[in-house]
Design a protein around this ligand. Structure first.
Ligand code: NI
Length: 170
């Protein structure tokens, strides 16, 4: 396993659409292991493959299952070819930061709950129901697969020193 370099703006790879994964072999397994390690080292709570320069539809998310308790055990999600199948009408505005856009935060309106379908790392189908911050992170990561950055969606943006970042980056 290796920590990979996180690509930052204005690298054009962040603006390209990622390709559907069809090969679940060792190369994909290595990519996933590296993405988990890179996300944890950053530290961040989510990462999409284009952020390490790989245009494949893979995301990793790690966030406490019980969001009201900071010390709650974290749950790691690895989703290949994720697709949002349902989105709540109810939305929430929250502060986001992105590992690929250092020193910028912004308020983004996102759906409060989602149903996501995709595949696990072995290619088996998965269906997830996620809410709150976890749902926000999923929307942010799936946007990365389309070449969309949170700054495109933000209703308000501001810059600050990296050590002043108040939100977990993704
Ligand atoms: Ni991001």
């Amino acid at each position: 396993m290796a920590i990979r370099e996180i690509v930052t703006v204005p690298d054009p790879v962040l603006r390209r659409k990622a390709k559907k994964v069809t090969d679940f072999g060792p190369e994909l397994q290595r990519l996933i292991e590296d993405m988990i390690k890179t996300m944890r080292a950053a530290p961040g709570v989510g990462l999409a493959a284009p952020q390490v320069g790989v245009l494949q539809r893979v995301i990793v998310v790690e966030y406490p299952e019980n969001e009201d308790d900071e010390n709650a055990p974290k749950r790691l999600y690895v989703v290949v070819n994720p697709e949002i199948k349902e989105m709540s009408v109810e939305t929430e505005v929250g502060v986001e930061g992105c590992l690929s856009i250092p020193g910028v935060q912004g308020e983004v309106e996102r759906a409060r709950a989602l149903i996501v379908r995709g595949q696990n790392r072995r290619g088996q189908p998965v269906k997830l129901k996620v809410t709150g911050w976890t749902a926000r992170i999923f929307q942010h990561e799936i946007d990365h697969l389309e070449g969309i950055l949170f700054t495109d969606r933000a209703v308000r943006l501001w810059s600050l020193a990296p050590e002043e970042m108040t939100s977990d980056s993704v």
